[in-house]
Structure formats: structure tokens, C-alpha cells
Design a binder for this molecule. Structure first.
Ligand code: FAD
Ligand code: NAI
Length: 475
């Protein structure tokens, strides 16, 4: 096997494995190195996303939603369930199977595309005439050389200074996906994406969930009207959300964790939890890469410093995904991976940061693309807004899920769509239409004039677009 490659990708998460596949498709001899191990110490490519992120969290969100529906929503449909029970071991086992199917899928794709896979840790050794020498430390140690290197080493959960993760009582996303018995009382620090998704899973399975958030506003990055609606719905479901708290001491006992904090009025509070999830953001991962050894520049926050094209300070060294600036999202990492492979081939890879969708997979889901109303106000942009509630949508009524709304924001003069925000059923799927529309710089009238299937949730999108011009038909 040749040890010299045109492209070596370090990291096999969505940024790395997609970059490797695209580079191979473009005719480059390509290697991908990934160190993630499965329970049997075998390779488990796919990174955070596949192993302890997007995929397992969505598997558990789905399972727990079925459980909640069977317990609370089926009766309404005339379906009587007697003796409903929870087999958590099986639920977690199914999640693990879904993860493994994705790991295996990536290994298959590497074979299909002739990407050489190395299982182990990749680190820079030195730059030479043939490119960069990379050491791979796995079951054995070997040295390979690449003309181009793509760093895609991802991110790790941020811990609280006084409460390191032990994954038994104080859990990161990894531990939160594998709790082996439903905790009676679950604490969550951080009401961000992970806190709300994982909090929802365990609440649906029976835990009493308390979320403690430092900021005084709920989901500050989300359109205010949408965030308010979501907050109301989550509280109604039974999530306890305390905003504006200041976390103090965190003490682990034998079987529980005590968190002392001050509430939004400054009053001291104390809570005892069976488990505590800490989800306060993630930090870039450059551990073991020997960035300093070759002079790869990091920024002040520890991200690999890159320009708009994902070029680092070193010639022919690129970086993509969570380890560089921008939103920590799998699809952003993938887009950067493709763009970098195409740039290496002399093509014009492009990532449009203005049309990257966000989705929070709670129930109802929250999804958005483009600007929020508060951003447009702050930027002094004149805009028109239109909203349409799912309550007035026939398909939502038939589904039995009428919570939430679709909201359009369009330029006051040109009518170009500036942002679309959804809280409601299947928001994750509905947002795609808005992304396509914004990518093609459509106006709200364009969407309003398109024929949408009836009955479908997407009619709420069309109606919200009509509402921009104050002429929705069904509300
Ligand atoms: P990663 O996926 O972190 O992959 C990096 C890989 O590189 C890892 O396999 C790591 O082991 C490997 N590696 C690191 N250093 C080395 C080295 N020196 N040598 C060899 N290998 C190395 N995003 C979404 O878009 N949608 C979601 O629904 C979603 N859900 C999430 C849920 C949770 C609980 C979490 C934690 C994250 C979620 N994310 C989601 C975020 C998403 O997982 C990340 O944005 C995405 O995984 C980033 O991809 P990446 O390729 O940059 O890095
Ligand atoms: P986050 O950035 O979404 O949320 C962290 C929250 O913790 C914020 O609200 C922040 O104000 C709060 N916080 C920070 N320090 C705190 C403290 N000391 N005390 C109390 N609260 C504190 O980060 P999270 O949830 O850890 O997720 C990390 C990233 O992973 C996300 O930003 C996202 O990029 C990605 N992700 C994406 C998902 C999706 O796309 N559906 C799902 C899960 C994660």
C-alpha cells in the first residue's frame, strides 16, 4: 500500500469523512485517519455526530416520543394501550444499533470510493519536500505523507471548572445518551440545544427535569417570538426552566449531585439531582495533533485559524467543521469538507453561511434559516413579517399536533425572504423549502404563488408567506 497520498484527512466525523469521499471522487489518492473506538476497540468513524451526537440523540428522541405518544396521545386517537412499559435497555440497544449501522455505512463508503482508512490518532511530524509527514498511532504506528492535509478533528464538551465529567453522576452528551435507569430527578445546566434535546428525552421517559440557564433570555439566538412560544410549550410539557441563574458549588455524593446556585433574583438555591447533565457548549479539539510542532496557528479561543476558504496559515493545510469558526453543525462541517476538496482540485467550492439551517429536535421542533426579527431591528433593516399558526392547518389537526407557527420575514421593499422561523411539527423537514427559497433569493410572493399539496404541513409555509402581504386564506 502506498504511503504517499494526495490528500490526508485527519478526523472522520461529518467534516472529515465527507471531505475524504469528495477528494477521492475528484481523483485524488486519499486517506482518512480517525481514532474513535467502538465498545470492542474497533473503528467507529462518523465522529461526535455519529457516535455521541446527532444520530444517537435523534434515535432516543424518536423512541421517547413514541413512548410519550403511547402513554398520552394515542387515547385521543381511540387507541387504548394497556400495560404500557419501558424497556430502557432495549431502547438504548436500538440506539447503539443505529449508531453501528452508520459507522459501518461510512466504512462501506470509504471502500466504495477507494479512500484508505487508518484507525488511530493522526499527528503532524514535519513538513518536507513531498508534503507533510503524518504519524498514525493506532494498534501499530506508521508514517504516511500527504500533499494536502485537511484537519477535521471536531470538538469536545466544555466542562464546568468545578465539576469535571465523571459520566456517572456528572454527564456530558456521551453519558446523557447512555443513562441506564431513568433518573427520578435530572438536572441540566445550560438551556441550549443539547440541554433541551436531552432534557426532553429523559422527561418523556419519566424524569423530573430541571434546566438551569445562566442567561436571562431563553434561546437568545432564536427569533424572540418563536423562542417565547417554544418556552411556553416546553413548560406546559413539564420541563422546569430557570433563567438567569448563577451556578455555585457542585458536590457529588455517592448517588446524587447537589448544585448550589443563585436564582434570577439573586436568592440562594440548592437542588439535589440523581444525575446532572452539563451542556454549556463545546470546545475545539486539537489534542494530540502536534499543531505547535509544525506551527499550525490556533486563534485565541483554540480553534484552528482559517480564512473564508478554510485555508490555515500553513501551505496546503486546510481545516473544516467544529474545529474552526462558525456554527458547530454537522451539515456545516460537511459543506466545508466538500468545498475544501473542490478547492484542492482548483474548483470553486462555496459555503453560504447565510443559508445554513438550524434545527432543535424537541417536540415541537424549532427550525430556522436567515435573520431573526431582533437581528433585523438591530441592523436597521426595514422588513415585513407574516405568521401562520399550525392550529389553522388541516394536516396538523389530523396529526393531532397543532402547536406552533411558521413565520416569514421579508425585505420591506424588494420582498426578498430574509428569514424563516418555525416552531411546530416536522419543522426540521419544512425548513428545507425556506433554505432553497433563500438560496435562490426568492421573494415571499414566490412561495405564496407556488402550489403546495393539500393537506400538508407545508401549506402553513405558503400561508405564512401570504401573511407577509396580509392575505393568508385560512386564518
Ligand atoms: P466530529 O464529529 O467531532 O469528528 C471529529 C473526529 O475526529 C472524531 O471522530 C475524533 O475522534 C477524530 N479525531 C480527533 N482528533 C484526531 C486525531 N488527532 N487523529 C485521528 N482522529 C481524530 N449537529 C447537527 O447538525 N444536527 C444535530 O442534530 C446535532 N446533534 C448533536 C447532538 C449532540 C448531543 C452533540 C454533542 C452534537 C450534535 N450536533 C448536531 C453537532 C455535530 O455533532 C457536530 O457539529 C459535528 O459532529 C462536527 O463534525 P466534525 O467532523 O467537525 O467533528
Ligand atoms: P449551546 O451553545 O447550544 O448551549 C449552551 C447553553 O449553556 C447556553 O444557553 C449558555 O448560555 C448556557 N451556559 C453556558 N455557561 C453556563 C453556565 N456556567 N451556567 C449555566 N448555563 C450556562 O451548547 P450545547 O447545548 O452544549 O451544544 C453544543 C453545540 O452542539 C450546539 O451549539 C450545537 O452547535 C451543537 N448541537 C446541535 C444540535 C442540533 O443541531 N440539533 C443538537 C445538539 C448540539
Amino acid at each position: 500500500m502506498s504511503k504517499n497520498f494526495d490528500v490526508i484527512v485527519i478526523g472522520g466525523g461529518p467534516g472529515g469523512y465527507i471531505a475524504a469521499i469528495r477528494a477521492a471522487q475528484l481523483g485524488f489518492s486519499t486517506a482518512c485517519i480517525d481514532e474513535w473506538k467502538n465498545a470492542k476497540n474497533g473503528p467507529a468513524p462518523g465522529g461526535t455526530c455519529t457516535n455521541v451526537g446527532c444520530i444517537p440523540s435523534k434515535a432516543l428522541l424518536q423512541s421517547s416520543e413514541h413512548f410519550e405518544h403511547a402513554g398520552h396521545a394515542f387515547a385521543d386517537h381511540g387507541i387504548e394501550v394497556k400495560g404500557l412499559g419501558l424497556n430502557l435497555e432495549r431502547m438504548l440497544g436500538r440506539k447503539d444499533t443505529v449508531v453501528k449501522q452508520n459507522n459501518d455505512g461510512i466504512l462501506y463508503l470509504f471502500k466504495k470510493n477507494k479512500v484508505t482508512f487508518f484507525h488511530g490518532r493522526g499527528s503532524f511530524v514535519k513538513a518536507g519536500a513531498d508534503g507533510y509527514e503524518i504519524k498514525v498511532a493506532g494498534a501499530t504506528e506508521e508514517s504516511i505523507t500527504g500533499k494536502h492535509i485537511v484537519v477535521a478533528t471536531g470538538s469536545n464538551p466544555r466542562a464546568l471548572g468545578n465539576a469535571p465529567f465523571d459520566e456517572k453522576l456528572i454527564l456530558s452528551n456521551s453519558g446523557a445518551l447512555s443513562i441506564d435507569a431513568v433518573p427520578k430527578k435530572l438536572g441540566v445546566i445550560g438551556a441550549g440545544v443539547i440541554g433541551l434535546e436531552m432534557g426532553s428525552v429523559w422527561r418523556r421517559l419519566g424524569a423530573e427535569v430541571s434546566v438551569l440557564e445562566a442567561l436571562p433570555t431563553f434561546l437568545g439566538a432564536v427569533d424572540e417570538q418563536i423562542a417565547k412560544e417554544a418556552h411556553k410549550l416546553f413548560v406546559k410539557q413539564g420541563l422546569s426552566i430557570s433563567l438567569g441563574v448563577k451556578i455555585g458549588s457542585i458536590t457529588s455524593g455517592k448517588k446524587d449531585v447537589t448544585v448550589e446556585y443563585t436564582d434570577d433574583k439573586g436568592a440562594p438555591q440548592k437542588a439535589v439531582f440523581d444525575k446532572l447533565i452539563v451542556s454549556i457548549g463545546r470546545v475545539p479539539n486539537t489534542i494530540g495533533l502536534n499543531a505547535e510542532g509544525v506551527g499550525l496557528q490556533l486563534d485565541e479561543r483554540g480553534f484552528v485559524a482559517v480564512d473564508a476558504d478554510c485555508k490555515t496559515n500553513l501551505p496546503n493545510v486546510w481545516a473544516v467543521g467544529d474545529v474552526v469558526r462558525g456554527p458547530m453543525l454537522a451539515h456545516k462541517a460537511e459543506e466545508e469538507g466538500v468545498a475544501v476538496a473542490e478547492r484542492i482540485a482548483g474548483q470553486h467550492g462555496h459555503v453560504n453561511f447565510n443559508t445554513i439551517p438550524w434545527v432543535i429536535y424537541t417536540s415541537p421542533e424549532i427550525a430556522w434559516v436567515g435573520k431573526t426579527e431582533q437581528q433585523l431591528k438591530a441592523e436597521g433593516v426595514a422588513y415585513k413579517a407574516g405568521t401562520f399558526p399550525f392550529m389553522a392547518n388541516g394536516r396538523a389537526r389530523a396529526l393531532g399536533d397543532t402547536s406552533g407557527m411558521v413565520k416569514f420575514l421579508a425585505d420591506a421593499k424588494s420582498d426578498e425572504i430574509l428569514g424563516v422561523h418555525i416552531v411546530g411539527p416536522m419543522a426540521s423537514e419544512l425548513i428545507s423549502e425556506a433554505v432553497v427559497a433563500m438560496e435562490f433569493r426568492a421573494s415571499s410572493e414566490d412561495i405564496a404563488r407556488i402550489c403546495h399539496a393539500h393537506p400538508s404541513l407545508s401549506e402553513a409555509t405558503k400561508e405564512a408567506a401570504l401573511a407577509v402581504d396580509k392575505r393568508s386564506l385560512n386564518f
